[in-house]
Design a binder for this molecule. Sequence first.
Ligand code: FES
Ligand code: FES
Length: 165
Amino acid sequence: MQKITFTLNGHAVKALVEPQWTLLELLRDHLELTGTKEGCGVGECGACTVIIDGKAVNACLFPVLETEGAEVLTIEGLMGPDGSLHPLQRAFINQGAVQCGFCSPGMILSAKALLDENPHPTEDEIRTALAGNFCRCTGYTQIIQAVQSLGTYAEKEVAVMPREE
Ligand code: FES
Ligand code: FES
């Protein structure tokens, strides 16, 4: 076993890991953070997406030792201090972008990584950012609309701000 230290959802974490583990194994099997899903296990479905140092990453392919010193965000870390949902989670619910929900944590984290870099993405940019995340249920339209709706809300907020004289 080897010791690693990293930041997980804003908290400093020390963990003893086997060098051959993936980050997904550590999260799900040892830290019991099962919001990160395991679909294919080989980097093709995006269900295991987490954010590492600002980038959306497939945790099923990410060697756990490379987590040393990194900042990791999982779907559990999006919750507000009072237990409230993140605006992206609310948008997915409001737009009907969740059916079985298996893809949702990965979709939401891929979308968050995009919006953190580019708060007003075009539809093409959203489709590109989510291209590695598969959904068997929704047909993607509502998912794209959910991500777009955040940009729309932001624009509305800008539009109603009083003009400076
Ligand atoms: S479980 Fe990681 S990409 Fe499918
Ligand atoms: S909501 Fe079921 S896989 Fe996407």
